[in-house]
Design a protein around this ligand. Sequence first.
Ligand code: AMP
Length: 532
Amino acid sequence: MNDSVYGIDLGTTYSAIARISDLGAAEVVPNFEGDSTTPSVVYFEGPGSVIVGAEAKRTALSDPDSACLLVKRHMGTEYPQEFRGETYSPEAISAIILKELVNAANNTTGAVIDKVVITVPAYFGVQERESTRQAGVIAGLDVVGIVTEPVAAALSIGARSDQAETIMVYDLGGGTFDTTIMETREGAVEVIAVDGNRKLGGADWDDALVDLIIGKFVAAADLGDEDPRYDEEFMLDLRLEAEDAKKSLSRRESVTLRLSFDGTKAMVEVTREEFEAATRHLLAQTIEISRRTVELGTTKRPQLSIDRVLLVGGSSRMPAVKAALKNELGWEAQDTEFDLAVAKGAAIYGQAAVDEVLRTGDEAAPVDVAADAPGRPFLPGGSASLTVKNALSRSVGIKFARDENDAEGYISFFAHSNDAIPAVPEPITALTLSEGQTSVELGLYEQAGERESEALADNRFLKDAVLALPKPMPRQSPIEIAIRISGEGLVTVTTTDPASGASVDLEASVSVLTEEQVEQETAKVSTLLSRS
Ligand code: AMP
């Protein structure tokens, strides 16, 4: 039995893979090209042949129709995409990336490892987590765990001392923003509060910079009636240039771009000050969310005070981020290995899982780690075991009707975002609606928007089940609903008719793909050849 495991940060724009070295430290394994990170881009070169990573990203520029970028945004949804006459689910495309990462890592290390832990954003709900797990299965991997990105970041950089600390992870990536407050102590991480905005990220800063640049270009160049904003190719090129310019502005006070449109050329200079002024409203949103996360944390821990703030995600490199955290919240935020911390933390989590010293609160029996067991160098503080306690990312509820005529219904939540998990919420007693009812239908829903809302449209349907009643029941007969939520956020609901003892289980480890589809996608992906 191989007892090694890879930790994989399956990112929206970049991915990375890590493992625990022979010396017991987490290390990132470079890919075939020697890079620590691999662009999460798949290029379908021809029937049965794909390219993954930097070369795929380069090739995608000249042939965008055969390339798949940003697939992570579609995880947990039905979003088939067709390339070279074949249809692929988001899970299958993610599987191609995972396979490439593992093959490259095995090639570099000379190992044959197929066990992995994959990270997901803290805001991922039940369906997206299950999709991620299925991507691993389609890639032929043994997924020993799914861990959230901030917990992974905390494991590799945060939870280091033997003192208890309260850590805030500020994660501003390419397309999303997340904040997480965690309590850490030797060998233990507990999530206290999670918040964020799924639609706020580096791409918004790019947009603002594009606007700034184009305004200056139009003012400087004599373009007559022509407006370059309507020229698709010009705008595509400008977006790429703007992202590079943005990165330069993290190091330099100003950048100069040479632009050309329809034969007219002009130089455009943008200073960091101008860029920061044009994006102040975006940064303000992250500060507001950070503040809100602290308020949320304070409701659970009245004495909460943040000891350390860790910057994660490529966009946290912008100097304005650190300055705003200092000026607005009084925090001295700390740089991390922005792109590598998450993969390393996943490796730590994975090694603890395969070594059977990981506790998530779900274990049937307590993990037996002797008090005098030797410490493990890869674990925070060199402790002997690792405890990770999560919080629920989204509220979960059941659909109820107000009365017989309420066809639409509403969602009654039994667990709320940020509740500590695993959890066994209070059982619910429901009442049958009509006289002579012979079955009860149970629909399980998850909060879809940023806030909890009773309206059906604001929630995402997860799964339903029907409990057949052995005989017609009088109106208002009680039905018992018992709920359990695992440490990974999977929900199990048991509905029982107390009169007959009949019951039905509903497990919301819901996935978009059926088992049969997973098999089909596995077969499809396994025949692809990757040219690296
Ligand atoms: P991630 O998803 O964490 O890899 O973050 C990618 C995002 O970080 C993209 O929007 C990049 O443009 C942005 N990014 C990477 N490096 C820098 C930098 N030096 N300054 C500003 N943004 C950056």
